[in-house]
Ligand binder design. Structure first.
Ligand SMILES: *[C@@H]1O[C@H](CO)[C@@H](O)[C@H](O)[C@H]1NC(C)=O
Ligand SMILES: *[C@@H]1O[C@H](CO)[C@@H](O)[C@H](O)[C@H]1NC(C)=O
Ligand SMILES: *[C@@H]1O[C@H](CO)[C@@H](O)[C@H](O)[C@H]1NC(C)=O
Ligand SMILES: *[C@@H]1O[C@H](CO)[C@@H](O)[C@H](O)[C@H]1NC(C)=O
Ligand SMILES: *[C@@H]1O[C@H](CO)[C@@H](O)[C@H](O)[C@H]1NC(C)=O
Ligand SMILES: *[C@@H]1O[C@H](CO)[C@@H](O)[C@H](O)[C@H]1NC(C)=O
Length: 152
């Protein structure tokens, strides 16, 4: 496994090459974030420019990797990730392929709490506190940094 870091205009790109020696296939993703906080809808639109989408996490390793590459923030706003729902009792669903993966330990303590009755979007804490890398349900109208994922 090798990690390649690329710095570019106003954006930070991280390219991940995952090689599987058994099948000889290589799949690679890049993760980018915007330095401008946006509400979730706007954030997804930003992510979709150039045919990509908001980040979809599919296992703990990918979650850990993502938080290892994003700049640490001391306080809110943190980063939007591409998992959402439309109604209170709906299942949390990832954008793009409707995956419903949620790790056993993904939510922060006492989350999701639907504190405002309408917390249907999810942020990921990238800080140095105990909840680093954990998820929190938030109002979609709040402004946070978009993170997108694209194939190399
Ligand atoms: C989209 O791609 C163009 C051409 O590569 C690039 O100049 C532009 O910055 C990209 N926009 C975003 C939001 O990634
Ligand atoms: C959903 O898409 C993500 C990439 O955006 C991919 O990693 C994942 O394997 C997909 N999950 C399913 C169930 O297709
Ligand atoms: C959601 O589920 C809870 C308990 O499962 C139930 O009490 C509540 O009425 C449901 N709300 C809606 C809007 O369906
Ligand atoms: C995901 O679910 C939505 C709403 O049910 C549906 O319109 C869409 O086609 C689904 N996408 C995929 C890739 O299955
Ligand atoms: C719920 O929201 C209120 C008002 O925004 C805030 O003061 C409070 O700390 C929140 N509670 C939790 C458990 O997040
Ligand atoms: C999101 O932001 C856009 C542009 O700033 C605004 O037009 C839109 O009404 C906002 N949507 C929500 C749900 O806050």
């Amino acid at each position: 496994m090798k990690w390649i870091l690329i710095f570019a205009f106003g954006e930070f790109f991280v390219t991940k090459f995952l090689s599987c020696s058994l099948t000889e296939t290589t799949s690679a993703w890049t993760y980018h974030y915007s330095k401008v906080p946006m509400n979730w809808t706007k954030a997804r639109e930003w992510c979709q420019i150039n045919y990509t989408d908001m980040v979809v996490l599919q296992n703990q390793k990918e979650n850990d990797y993502l938080i290892s590459i994003l700049p640490v923030r001391r306080q809110s706003p943190y980063y939007w990730i591409g998992i959402t729902k439309n109604k209170l009792n709906e299942t949390w669903t990832w954008v793009g392929n409707n995956s419903t993966w949620i790790g056993e330990d993904s939510w922060a303590a006492n989350e999701p709490n639907n504190n405002h009755s309408t917390e249907f979007c999810v942020e990921i804490y990238v800080n140095k506190a105990a909840n680093r890398g954990k998820w929190n349900d938030e109002k979609c109208a709040n402004k946070k940094y978009p993170v997108r994922k694209a194939r190399v």
